[in-house]
Write a protein that binds this ligand. Sequence first.
Ligand SMILES: C[S@@+](CC[C@H](N)C(=O)[O-])C[C@H]1O[C@@H](n2cnc3c(N)ncnc32)[C@H](O)[C@@H]1O
Length: 271
Amino acid sequence: MQTSADTVREEVREKYAEAALAVSEGSKGSCGSGSCCSGEAPDADFGSALYEAEQRGELPETATLASLGCGNPTAVADLREGEVVLDLGSGGGIDVILSAKRVGPTGIAYGLDMTEEMLSLAQRNAQEAGVRNTVFLRGVIEDVPLPADSVDVVISNCVINLSTDKPAVFAELARVLRPGGRIGISDVVAEDRLTPEERAERGSYVGCIAGALSKGEYEAALEAAGFENVSVEFTHEVADGIHGAIVKAQRPTAAPIQRPAALTASAAGCC
Ligand SMILES: C[S@@+](CC[C@H](N)C(=O)[O-])C[C@H]1O[C@@H](n2cnc3c(N)ncnc32)[C@H](O)[C@@H]1O
């Protein structure tokens, strides 16, 4: 049976498939009618402007054009040679390519995305960038197709707000990370004063606004999933009370992971 969450996820997939095709045809990432994360916001708030010119210079033009993120997770994740990195919702591959260069030939950068058109674009971009240590996986971030304890660092750029089952995403982060593993995520996050209805008044779900967790909800959800050293820091405001943010946390080295308690219905889901 098709649920409203399935409908929203399909709408998200269709919009990002449109964006991938637009980039493949030479235009900047856009979702046609409706909007992706870049929406109607100024160019400085989303996309490739959030990367240093030096990093942009390391990338094929189509990877830069396809950038639809709200930050630069590779700048906060402090990647080291030989590490295994997983990028949730890897889009056109910008952060996977940058990660692959940081971890070098002894490391691996996985990109996971549910949109076939994005995966094809990312694979072409990785090939053009000349990186060989990338692996692109088709799947959903709520059910990651990797074994437990197999990843050192999870990054993600403006994707978790699009999930219709955020507790499942945080549980998957806890499962795939090795003990001591860390997350360095860029996402859209609301101030705690905004109700879910007020968030939805400021932008659409596919536009990365309506599905944003608040700062307190994000911290509580990560702690409930067993993470420690959790921090959520606003970097730039993208709408009234809604911000691009950097989210960091670590899986404890030894203690058992608790499975997440349910978030409030409004924070956990989309509809
Ligand atoms: C806003 S774009 C960001 C892409 C990329 N991280 C970047 O910075 O350019 C969101 C991406 O996440 C993917 N996505 C959204 N929800 C997803 C889900 N539940 N599972 C897997 N991929 C998802 C979309 O297909 C799209 O490629």
